[in-house]
Design a protein around this ligand. Structure first.
Ligand code: SF4
Length: 629
């Protein structure tokens, strides 16, 4: 790897191979999809060759992350490269505009439309002094040093300039931009950002960190839910001030009632709703008004009402504003021309809801990958790589997309195999037909038996809060005394406190859910988790949404792949994410116990990477005892 400035004295096993693949991808303008387990040192291995190529060929690297916590490692690695290279390159770390705005009140973080209007009007009317002030010295400093976004924020606000504006000004000359997925995968944001940084997609090298999150993130970006109670509350707030809009919202509420009756007749809790149904039902009413309105006029009127509110008023007003904006944003995005599924649900009986979501993320990702100079997607759980290629629209059989080579790679974990033991219990399951007191009791007893032999922290991850609760009731006293329990309503800082308790307690037992922040993304330091127990397979309940996605993929890829893509792999990814929390360095040791016999059976077993060696046994506690002996 001549010329590449690697920031560490040693290149790890697997890291060199990954670096060579990255170099090949950026030099050839190709796409690399890499399943790279923890420990390979992905961030340094991807940034060093990509940056080298970008600097020499006037390209910009977009290092995209799904979480704010992932920015730090990228920035720290770039600092190390800079130290070793002793040459200058420009790096800018940014997050969303509203999160970087020193004037943003909390409601702006929830409703981008409201914030955007506020910011636009403040700029236009020269009321934002942060925006008005220019400070070349501040920009020079951002250009010359590599700042974490928090440092950039406090540096700019201390000097009285807008952090977001400053970051994007410097980004024009940046070699690397560390930012959220939305900077490229949310159409309106990416257009603005690319224009600001004066770059075409063809000049960009995309690196996607924790890329297993990308399909869902793209889907969720184009999704929304509206509860009937939001409509009722929004209407109530307008009852005495705007009779016409009050009446319009009550009509919207009556559409929910109509759908409830229709669902009642078919005895179904959920049903599909056509896009035009809502639009036409609303327009029927709106056109009859003295001053006839279109559907879009109605949405705009709601927005104007919400924007007219002073956010500094009492909380009650803010709640009303939230409801009105929630209704307006939902109705506006409901009309999207992208292919979405739209569902009416009675799962909360007294409070029915309408929701929609993008069906196929490839409609957004494929054109981006086709145009970008090159793309590297990486994650410790990007397995199977073929599925991600298919789901993101680049899995064509020929392996070529518009002249680009698609390279799929699965690297092996560099950590000693003997440090991780994977055990599947024979008798236990959370299969729906086997659920009940007897099974819950058995699972709880097994958790107790295993926990007795673990020297250190334990994490037990459940498929849902409901199962966590049902099984916890039967946990033996010894486990209950050590238990640290995640609850559905917990906020981020409360979950961080759970982590601290576990870290300081040495022998705590964390009870949490799969797919949550404690089972994904959380970095358990210093081998604090010595055992990870996964209770059951977290297959999604057979909701209309799950069936619709599965049906779509069956139509696109055939029955076998369709079921895997729409149903099984998302569950296995959650399990692999949780199982990967135990070992973060080559000296860490951890036993993973998968408490469901289905993990060892077809088709589930085949969904795991080839280096997932499983022992199937009735005596998980015995393996545990020997492992810690
Ligand atoms: S210009 Fe900057 S500081 Fe002013 S409102 Fe907009 S984001 Fe906030």
């Amino acid at each position: 790897m001549e010329n590449v400035i690697f920031p560490f004295p040693l290149i790890r096993e697997g890291q060199k191979e990954f670096m060579e693949d990255v170099k090949h991808a950026v030099e050839g303008g190709n796409i690399l999809i890499a399943h790279a387990p923890t420990g390979i040192g992905k961030t340094a291995a991807v940034l060093a060759p990509a940056l080298q190529y970008a600097v020499e060929n006037e390209k910009t690297v977009f290092f995209l992350t799904s979480k704010r916590s992932q920015h730090k490692i990228a920035i720290d690695t770039l600092r190390l490269i800079k130290e070793r290279a002793k040459r200058n390159f420009v790096v800018v770390d940014v997050i969303s505009k509203q999160s970087m705005c020193p004037r943003a009140v909390s409601i702006y973080r929830e409703f981008y439309s409201l914030f955007s209007e506020f910011c636009r009007s403040e700029q236009k009317n020269k009321r934002c002094h942060y925006f008005m002030k220019r400070d070349e010295e501040a920009l020079r400093r951002i250009r010359e040093s590599i700042m974490h976004v928090e440092e950039l924020y406090s540096w700019c606000t201390t000097r009285g300039i807008c952090p977001y504006k400053a970051a994007l000004e410097v980004a024009e000359s940046a070699d690397v931009l560390v930012c959220d997925y939305n900077y490229l995968f949310s159409a309106d944001i990416s257009e603005r950002v690319l224009e600001k940084v004066d770059r075409d997609l063809e000049e960009i090298i995309i690196i996607i960190d924790e890329a297993h999150n990308l399909p869902d993130r793209i889907r969720n970006n184009l999704s929304s839910e509206l509860r009937m109670s939001n409509v009722t509350e929004a209407a109530r707030g307008l009852k005495h001030t705007n009779r016409e809009m009050y009446a319009n919202l009550m009509e919207l509420e009556s559409i929910f009632t109509k759908l409830t009756m229709k669902a009642g007749k078919t005895k179904k809790e959920e049903m599909n709703v056509a896009k035009d149904f809502l639009v036409e039902e609303m327009e029927k009413v709106l056109r009859r008004r003295i001053e006839a309105l279109s559907y879009d006029d109605f949405v705009n009127s709601l927005r104007s009402i919400a924007e007219g509110f002073e956010t500094s008023k009492v909380n009650k007003d803010e709640l009303f504003q939230r409801n009105v904006l929630g209704v307006a944003d939902f109705l506006a995005s409901w009309r999207t021309s992208e292919k979405c599924f739209r569902i009416f649900s009675l799962s909360h009986k007294e409070n029915p809801s309408l929701h929609f979501k993008l069906l196929d993320p490839s409609v957004i990702s494929e054109p981006i990958f086709a145009r970008a100079h090159s793309t590297i997607m990486m994650s410790g759980t990007l397995c199977p790589t073929e599925m991600y290629a298919d789901v993101l629209g680049i899995g064509v059989a020929s392996n070529w997309i518009k002249g680009k080579e698609i390279v799929l790679r699965e690297y092996k974990s560099p950590f000693p195999k003997k440090n991780r033991l994977i055990v599947v219990t024979k008798e236990l399951t959370t299969k729906y037909t086997k659920r009940g007191e007897e099974m819950y009791r058995k699972v709880a007893e097994k958790i107790g038996e295993v926990a007795k032999y673990v020297r250190g922290g334990v994490a037990v991850f459940f498929p849902s809060y409901a199962l966590l609760k049902s099984i916890s009731v039967y946990l033996p006293e010894g486990v209950r005394r050590r238990a640290i329990v995640e609850r559905r309503e917990m906020k981020k800082d409360e979950k961080n406190r759970l982590y601290e308790t576990l870290k300081n307690g040495n022998e705590g037992i964390l009870l949490a859910v799969l797919g949550g922040s404690l089972s994904e993304g959380m970095d358990y330091e210093s081998n604090m988790l010595k055992a990870i127990i996964v209770v059951g397979l977290p297959l999604g309940p057979p909701t209309l949404e799950v069936k619709t996605v599965e049906g779509y993929y069956i139509g696109k890829y055939g029955a076998e792949k369709g079921k895997l893509y729409g149903y099984l792999y998302p569950a296995i990814t959650k399990v692999m994410q949780a199982a990967g929390r135990g070992i973060r360095s080559e000296h860490d040791r951890c036993i993973v116990i998968l408490m469901d016999y289905r993990f060892a059976q077809f088709p589930y077993k085949n969904c795991f990477p080839s280096d997932y060696d499983m022992i199937v046994t009735d005596g998980a506690e015995e393996y545990c005892r020997k492992f810690f002996k």
